[in-house]
Unconditional design. Structure first.
Lengths: 423, 336
């Protein structure tokens, strides 16, 4: 019996040894929105060929909110299972304690040539916790064929967008296209709704912020209420009620199958709506998001993802090298051309090959450099709570359960409660 | 005490219909004393056998429970569990220019209400449908074994998988459910099942009922197969209507099994998480106590507050279980 156990034990150990020998040297977590995963895998394979190490790519949930929870669980348990994390632009502050200082692991001047604002964003207490991989800002996709058909201009205000959507939606439905809608966006109660709603608010003069740079709660103002009421009016009018449960990919699904005139999305969707399988190929253009009235301004919220190395990684230097490779000029150029991911290197916005593949990188350069940040820095650890309270309120307003005024007033109280807890 | 003796004791008492009184009297006091010693021995043996399990339970259930309760009295956060401070009942309720804490959070009370509503409706539907399905499967027909096996499929599919399947079927633009309803002319515009606050709770209930009905049916079917046939023969001879037979004979006889099925389902439903999280995520209209607690614990990293929510969740479930068992026992006691 005893010898049997010993035998079984040695077999298990042998098996363990084999699987360990075959296990990858590094593990990287990549998003899987659109073509993200394939692009990440291709980049990783190039590094593998160059360095001779093996890397395992794991995909993570599409919803940023869920992805953050997953990361927090992994990092909170001090697990070294994942070496390189793809982290959102609002997360460096929250996750900094779990990430290594890349300045110590990369050659000097590693951040030269990157957008300074993003490098600053990723620097926490003097430590560079993540390298900028791609940046993002919300943009408006529209069907140029349909705007031409109905003789309409590309809308520059939300009111114009609503009107154009009405016209085209009514016309298309009359022509037998029953499922046609005017506008789709991200309306599920998750981080994406925070971004969408902040874009509506920030497009109005002084409608602006949820929390200002000094940490003062500014969300309860008439301009913000106006912006939210306007959006609530879209539901079941120019937007299907289902947008209240849409993330980026659901919105793209409706738009790409030709069932919507306008879509708010990130630049990544460009490459996909222009792909060979797309039913609206070559009939799409991209414009800045509309402004809130004549005195307003177009406001795309700053998004984007960065690569960070876990403090619990067994091979931090190797992981840092992978990060440096994936964020390099060549790799960002490839991702811009093949997947329309916004580079974090200003030089690439003048690169001819990039501009030929994604023309709006040139025309919308302003939108990307002046994107509106979310209040992650000032609210710190409490940002998820703030964002959660905000998107839940907006969701209630959009669902018609409360008016914008009521919603923002109770949100203000809610934020006061959160502020009371250490922000 | 030998095996022979114990056998005698058992057979003595079982032979005598009047019980201990008759069997004990002739032998009298010495026998009772020996009985006590045996009893003591048996109690000791029972404890010996139970101890490992009790220790195991204390380790895997008692310790986490106490630790959760302790955390609920601190301001611990997931990123710094060590540096937490004792703050008393502040996570539960505190007055500081207005009431704060979980008991003052309207979202918590909505989650409690959502959970109770979900449990009541889904478990009631599952009980009724489960009994009907079991009755059908208890009848003799060709291919019964096949149908019995097929019926179990919803229960066998992992909840996350089946919830995701349903999420696609309930999709407002591409979903097959809307397609069918539109085709039948029952609705004139697609319904957004998981986004519309007034529909999403029902969407969740539908999926849960679909999934859990086989479980109830299985337990009830087992009870049905053990029913004595003489009651039915008597009822047949007397010419009693089948519906009356069901309510007067079948239902009382399967009640114990049904009550067990219901308590299992109710406990499951009270801490429901996966089906709702997959279908509607953190939406307030379907948020349950478990989803609320998870959001605090994981998304907001607030171990203190989340533990307070978990503790309340535990207390509410414990309370409901005790009340249910008490009522169930009284009813059963009165019935027999």
């Amino acid at each position: 019996m005893k010898s049997g156990l010993v035998y079984a034990g040695s077999v298990l150990m042998a098996l363990g040894g084999i699987s360990q020998a075959q296990a990858a040297d590094l593990t990287i977590s990549c998003g899987a929105v659109g073509a993200e995963l394939q692009l990440c895998q291709a980049g990783v394979e190039r590094w593998e060929a160059r360095s001779g190490h093996s890397v395992e790519v794991v995909s993570t949930p599409n919803s940023a909110t869920e992805r953050l929870s997953l990361y927090q669980q992994i990092l909170g348990s001090h697990s070294g299972d994942i070496d390189v994390f793809q982290i959102d632009v609002v997360w460096p502050g929250m996750l900094a304690t779990h990430l290594i200082d890349l300045n110590e692991h990369l050659p000097k001047g590693a951040t030269d040539g990157f957008f300074e604002a993003i490098v600053d964003n990723n620097t926490v207490d003097g430590q560079l916790v993540a390298m900028p991989w791609f940046t993002d800002a919300g943009v408006l996709y529209y069907r140029k064929d349909l705007l031409e058909k109905y003789n309409l201009e590309v809308p520059t205000t939300w009111a114009a967008l609503t009107e154009a959507a009405h016209t085209v939606q009514a016309g298309e439905r009359e022509a037998g296209h029953k499922d046609f809608w005017g506008y789709v966006f991200q309306g599920r109660a998750y981080e994406g709704l925070t971004v969408n709603a902040l874009e509506w608010m920030a497009s109005y003069p002084e409608g602006g912020t949820i929390v200002d740079d000094d940490g003062k709660i500014t969300v309860n103002n008439p301009q913000a209420a106006g912006a939210l009421s306007q959006a609530a009016g879209w539901i079941n009018d120019i937007s299907p009620q289902g947008v209240l449960n849409y993330t980026e990919e659901e919105a793209r699904g409706v738009f790409q199958s030709g069932n919507a005139l306008f879509m708010r999305n990130w630049p990544y969707a460009w490459d996909l709506v222009q792909s060979e399988q797309s039913s609206i190929r070559d009939r799409v253009e991209v414009a800045p998001l509309p402004a809130g009235g004549k005195d307003g301004q177009s406001a795309g919220v700053l998004g984007g993802w960065n690569l960070a190395v876990s403090r619990y990684s067994d091979n931090p230097d190797m992981a840092a090298d992978l990060v440096a490779f994936l964020t390099s000029f060549d790799e960002q150029k490839r991702r811009a051309i093949e997947g329309s991911y916004n580079p974090t290197l200003p030089a690439l916005y003048q690169d001819e090959e990039v501009l030929a593949a994604v023309p709006f990188f040139g025309t919308l350069y302003e939108t990307f450099t002046s994107a509106v940040p979310r209040p992650a820095a000032v609210t710190g650890d409490n940002y998820p709570r703030v964002s959660n309270a905000f998107f839940n309120t907006v969701h209630e307003v959009l669902s018609g359960r409360v008016t914008a005024d009521q919603g923002l007033e109770s949100l203000e109280g809610e934020l006061e409660r959160i502020k009371r807890r250490r922000w | 005490m030998t095996a022979q003796e114990s056998h005698d004791t058992v057979s003595n008492s079982s032979r005598d219909q009047k019980g201990d009184e008759g069997a004990g009297r002739p032998v009298g006091a010495p026998r009772r004393e020996r009985g006590t010693r045996v009893r003591r021995q048996r109690v000791r043996a029972a404890w010996l056998f139970l101890t490992p399990m009790l220790i195991g339970l204390l380790l895997v259930a008692g310790w986490p429970l106490l630790r959760t309760f302790w955390f609920s009295l601190t301001d611990a956060s997931l990123s710094s569990l060590e540096g937490s401070q004792f703050i008393g009942l502040e996570n539960y309720l505190v007055f500081d220019d207005g009431w704060y804490g979980i008991l003052a959070d309207s979202l918590w009370w909505q989650s409690v209400w959502n959970t109770l509503y979900f449990t009541l409706v889904s478990v009631s539907l599952e009980a009724v449908l489960g009994v009907i399905v079991a009755l059908v499967l208890n009848a003799h027909f060709r291919g019964r074994t096949l149908v019995r096996a097929a019926m179990l499929i919803p229960w066998a599919i992992p909840t996350v998988v089946s919830a995701k399947i349903w999420a696609w079927m309930l999709n407002d633009q591409f979903g097959i459910i809307n397609h069918m309803l539109l085709g039948l002319g029952l609705i004139d515009a697609p319904l957004s099942w998981t986004a519309d606050a007034s529909l999403s709770m029902w969407a969740v209930i539908i999926v849960d009922v679909w999934k859990a009905t086989p479980f109830v049916a299985l337990l009830v079917l087992a009870a049905l197969q053990m029913l004595p046939s003489d009651c039915y023969e008597a009822a047949k001879v007397d010419g009693i209507h089948p519906v009356r037979v069901f309510f007067r004979v079948t239902l009382p006889l399967i009640t114990p099994a049904l009550l067990v099925a219901i308590i299992f389902r109710a406990l499951d439903a009270l801490r429901v998480f996966d089906v709702i999280y997959v279908l509607t995520s953190n939406a307030a209209s379907t948020m349950t106590m478990s989803i609320y607690a998870r959001q605090q614990l994981v998304e907001f990293q607030d171990v203190g507050y989340g533990s307070a929510a978990s503790t309340l969740l535990f207390m509410i479930i414990a309370l409901i279980t005790v009340v249910y068992l008490y009522i169930g026992r009284r009813q059963l006691g009165g019935g027999s």
